[in-house]
Design a protein around this ligand. Sequence first.
Ligand code: COA
Length: 711
Amino acid sequence: MSVADPLPVVQTAREGRVLVVSIANPPVNALSAAVRQGLLAAVEAAEADDAVAAVLLVGTGRGFIAGADIREFGKPPVSPSLPEVCNRIEACTKPVVAALHGPALGGGLEIALAAHYRVALADARLGLPEVQLGLMPGSGGTLRAPRLMGVVPAVALMLSGRHIGAKEALATGLVDRLADGAADGPGARAAGLAYAGELLAQGAGARRTRDAQAALADTGASLAALEQLKAETAKKSRGLFSPLKIIEAVRAGIERPFDEALKFERELFLQCIASPQRAGLIHAFFAEREVAKVPEAQAAQPRPLASVGVVGGGTMGAGIAVAVLDAGLPVVMIERDEAAIARGRANVEKVYDGLVKKGRLTPEAKAAVLARFNGSTAYGALAGVDLVIEAVFEDIEVKKAVFAELDRVCKPGAVLATNTSYLDIDAIAASIARPQDVIGLHFFSPANIMKLLEIVVPAKVSADVVATAFELAKKLKKVPVRAGVCDGFIGNRILAVYRAAADHLMEDGASPYEIDAAVREFGYPMGPFQVSDLAGGDIGWATRKRKAATRDTKARYVQIADRLCERGWFGQKTGRGWYLYPEGARTGTPDPEVLAIAAAERQRVGITPRAFTHEEILRRYLAAMVNEGARVVQEGIALRPLDVDVVFLSGYGFPRHRGGPMKWADTVGLERILADIREFAEQDPLFWQPAPLLVELVAKGANFDSLNRAA
Ligand code: COA
């Protein structure tokens, strides 16, 4: 081998009578074609070498194996397939031990299940998470996991996609023993060698999982349990393809001979691979990782981030404080007086009390978290913090006043962030002497739960402040998306447009219930009118009144919502909105009076109502979303189409298996979207103006994904 040759991704070395097979394919030892080839060759070599009495499989670096190489899905298959590799490992006549540290996921766990003995280090994380990518285990996992764990726990593992720790893996039978020692590659190697040595000393031979029958002994009970799981899954998984396939495969594993069931599992797996849901979910997986790759974070190092200040103790401020406390950082909260501080603290405590009540947190642990929380009425308490998040009332003058105080008290280099949904952050930055330190952090409510964080980058901010914001997102376990400054940034700006499309549909004759139903059928958990009832109609009403003076001529001003608000029907909290909520019910029922109000409004403005099918509703709703998404990309408000996708997947309930609005548009074809927009423009040319980027991509025969790859 010349010096320039890279090290092989699978390396073998003899340790006494054990052939150590090390997987070295950073960053996560994914099972690329080269790894599969290397594993197969290593087992063949072990089989052929009389000096080898046992085989040890071990990962180097961060873990054992994180699964199939996701980037290979959808491309032509390269031999050997993973099932071939697993079957060859299982068939080995010499005992094969897998020593697991870090992630042993998907195909990685399937390799371990095909080995004959398994030992786990303390940090091992085992799982069959394929379902999250629209897939199922396709290399014997649906047959071998039930043979070790029992049918119900194995199906639960596969349907949830959950990772389990070493102790749970031992308790469920997935691994044979735990090992102490360093939770890293060398630690796993040492533990595996010790186990292999013991097995050889005992004269233990190959022990194949396919032959393990104890956990499947009661076939009748297993099949009955599967029937029940199937019924529950059909209800819960709402149109997802792979969950039911998992159950089918497990069933075949009970009813059919092992090799036949393996073939059937592979057929089902290939059906999953071919499904558009797989493409959507894998797009979502990579997009969620790509969003953090922004120019500023790549060019600059984050500033220190050891303490955080939060200004404002309302719902948003308290939610942000909880998110920061949960990340293990100390928080100083500023409010204007003692009573407000007490309310802010109570808002924070309420979250932890809920956890204590549910048994998910001990009172001692709650006390330990709250020991990191301090409230103050004096801005001076922020003098030492590294980053401040202002979360006061959404009014630019109020915010500027807070920033003047921050400018006065904060140490040089402190990051000054505003949590705003739509205000001009450039104007806030320009109002103080250190605009380079000012950034927007748009949290979504409840801020300690919602994953999305829009990081809004004003013109004058320095790159290391942007890098610090991304670092904060990582600590808070948020999904950060970089956004430029405009009214509504990425999410709310696009929302305003497709929400207007929904209002226009209603004005033209669709009922809010039909619109909600169509949107739910697409895969959203709720329709826009249900969301409005949940959030409170008064919020939108206030915005409409505020914007009335400067209204964009593109928008038709729809009055039906105002008629409801004038009656005090703000949604769930008032027992009535678009829906009726009798006696505090959380699910609404359609309200004939709302339909009558809508009809009266249409008549008043001279609209002859027409009927819309669910498909027609969706075409308008989604075309409006995609069209504004294209504008947002073209203007550089979003870096790439995938940033828009991630915003809608993590913050707005867009069905994950469709990959986000821009990915969905690519799937149906941009030509069709543009043709729809042009057709709708015949009735309403002001609202339906095709985004220039959309027109350009269609003319070039390109799609949004080409921009993701070019970025
Ligand atoms: N195939 C190809 N690439 C993979 C991969 C896989 N199975 N798993 C992770 N990666 C890549 C990521 O895209 C990322 O690449 P990037 O640095 O270019 O963005 C890199 O490996 C690190 O992954 P990341 O998720 O950022 O690291 P982490 O430490 O937070 O998490 C895992 C590690 C393994 C837990 C996580 O990546 C994961 O869940 N992977 C998928 C596991 C899976 O579903 N396996 C079954 C496949 S069918």
